[in-house]
Design a protein around this ligand. Structure first.
Ligand code: ADP
Length: 391
């Protein structure tokens, strides 16, 4: 549609140029003809008045000759002839001068007319050019507005589709643990009403309920975090923290699940007293998400290694697993909001890494993944160091 409009505009400009050229050629022709007509009419009138003037002089002379007949002497005749010759040549000279002046005047008139027309035409051309550049500018602006509106529309449309898809996934994911909790409660009621209470079964059912409640709690907290990030209401409460202590806290936090799945989790290296001013709970949240993913994606019996090292003014913390690894094309996408939904991967809501990235960047750090398919993944992030540093 836009191409058609451009073509129409180009065609109509070519037509305007052609008709302007035609019109100017016609005007030039009319002016030339009119000037030629005026000149020949003036010439005719001049010739006529000269002929009449000559005839009057001639008849005057004849009258003089008749009145002088028989009385004139030889000398006076010669004088008269000489005088008339003088007068004729003076008149001739006068007429030549008159013609010369007329010619010059006509030439100057033509020059002036041409100059006036040229000036007007240059002005018209300039106006036309100005007008065309205004039209071009307006058209360019309209086109760029149209294209950004289209971009915005596509973006909003894709965001809306992702959001709708996300809500469908979320409802499903919240319903699953809720069903498990409901089932667990029903089974416990049956167990209790039978009066044959098996304490071990009750404990197992309670564990199922606890696990599912924790899952729901994590999902709801992730959602709340995403909303707080979107509304700029996700604040950090920073204080000095020993990074080594944070890593040990995570090991203790995950000890039960590590044990239950025969995992091995170790802290590989960590300098003794590396302090950073960080929000304790939020950094634990980042580490928990990375460790939780390592557990989720690696087979039972795998190893998870935590490490920290100092680099210039930063501490670099890594969570290393020997799980399936991440393909190159997903390495950036997994840090985006709703990544799971976008990648059509149904192993979670895809908010954990997005929130982790936000937290790390809010601390002025960076987060990335190094991974090779089939060879595990290393998720690393940096935090700026502050205060007294040990080695
Ligand atoms: P979720 O909370 O749904 O797991 P995350 O944002 O934490 O979402 O992770 C996004 C995706 O990144 C995961 O679904 C998975 O495809 C990939 N991923 C994250 N960590 C790992 C890992 N350690 N090994 C393999 N894939 C991972």
């Amino acid at each position: 549609m836009i191409d058609n409009e451009n073509k129409n505009l180009g065609d109509s400009r070519i037509k305007t140029d052609e008709s302007l050229k035609d019109e100017r050629e016609k005007t030039d022709e009319i002016i030339n003809k009119a000037s030629d007509a005026i000149e020949s009419e003036t010439e005719m009138k001049t010739t006529l008045s000269r002929v009449v003037g000559d005839e009057a002089i001639e008849s005057g002379r004849k009258k003089v000759d008749i009145s002088r007949e028989g009385r004139q002497s030889e000398t006076s005749n010669k004088d008269l002839i000489y005088e008339r010759q003088q007068s004729d040549s003076a008149r001739e000279l006068e007429r030549q001068e008159e013609d010369r002046i007329h010619k010059k005047e006509r030439f100057q008139m033509r020059l002036m007319a041409t100059a006036i027309f040229d000036k007007q035409r240059i002005k018209t051309d300039k106006n036309l050019l100005d007008e065309r550049s205004l039209v071009d500018f307006a058209q360019e602006t309209t086109l760029s507005l149209l294209s950004s509106e289209k971009e915005f529309h596509d973006l909003t449309k894709s965001e809306l589709t992702t959001r709708e898809h996300f809500i469908a996934v979320l409802s499903h994911d919240l319903k699953n643990p809720l069903s498990s909790i409901f089932l667990g409660v029903n089974l416990m009621q049956m167990e209790l009403s039978n009066r044959t209470v098996d304490v071990t079964t009750l404990f197992e059912l309670l564990k199922v309920i606890e696990l599912n409640t924790a899952n729901m709690d994590r999902m709801i907290n992730d959602l709340l975090d995403v909303e707080r990030i979107a509304r700029d209401k996700f604040f950090l409460k920073t204080e000095m923290n020993n990074i080594g202590d944070l890593l040990k806290e995570c090991v203790n936090l995950f000890a039960p699940v590590i044990l239950s799945r025969s995992f091995l989790m170790t802290i590989n290296k960590c300098p003794d007293s590396v302090f950073a001013e960080v929000d304790h709970d939020k950094i634990i949240q980042v580490l928990s998400n990375l460790i939780g993913n390592a557990l989720k994606f690696s087979p039972d019996g795998s190893t998870i290694t935590l490490s920290a090292r100092k680099t210039n003014n930063y501490v670099e913390i890594s969570v290393i697993d020997n799980g399936p690894g991440i393909p190159d094309e997903k390495k950036t996408q997994i840090f985006e909001k709703f990544s799971q939904v976008k990648m059509n991967d149904r192993s979670g809501l895809g908010l954990g890494l997005f929130i982790s990235k936000w937290i790390v960047e809010a601390h002025q750090g960076q987060i990335w993944v190094t991974s090779e398919l089939g060879k595990g993944s290393i998720f690393s992030f940096t935090l700026p160091l502050k205060g007294t540093q040990g080695t």
